[in-house]
Design a protein around this ligand. Structure first.
Ligand SMILES: [Zn+2]
Length: 109
């Protein structure tokens, strides 16, 4: 199987390799072939990988829009981990970004 580089499209930048891997597995289940890019050099030259986020690319640009839909769907299905509001101590589900008790926004840390 050969791939034409010009047909590849970056569709997602993951926070870490685990997230990238989960998404790639999910896309593979839907017959979308993806590549992981961006973390190949991590560790190879003793460089800090901190700034390198793995990128997911589709092998065929025709899959791009479907892959983006699937990623959005996947992220809705799998909310983040449960968290506790640092302001009022309320335990919250991962799908909430804002504490319903006191209005604290998780993104404002
Ligand atoms: Zn709160």
């Amino acid at each position: 199987m050969t791939f034409n580089l010009s047909s590849m499209r970056k569709i997602y930048q993951a926070a870490d390799r685990i997230e990238a891997r989960l998404l790639m597995d999910y896309l593979a289940d839907h017959n979308i072939h993806t590549y992981l890019q961006g973390d190949f050099l991590a560790g190879a030259a003793g460089e800090l990988p901190a700034l390198q986020f793995p990128e997911i690319w589709v092998a065929h640009n025709a899959d791009e829009s479907r892959a983006l839909d699937l990623i959005a769907e996947y992220q809705q299905k799998t909310p983040g981990e449960a968290w506790q509001c640092p302001q009022c101590g309320e335990p919250l589900e991962g799908s909430f970004e804002i504490c319903w008790q006191c209005g604290y926004s998780r993104g404002s840390e």
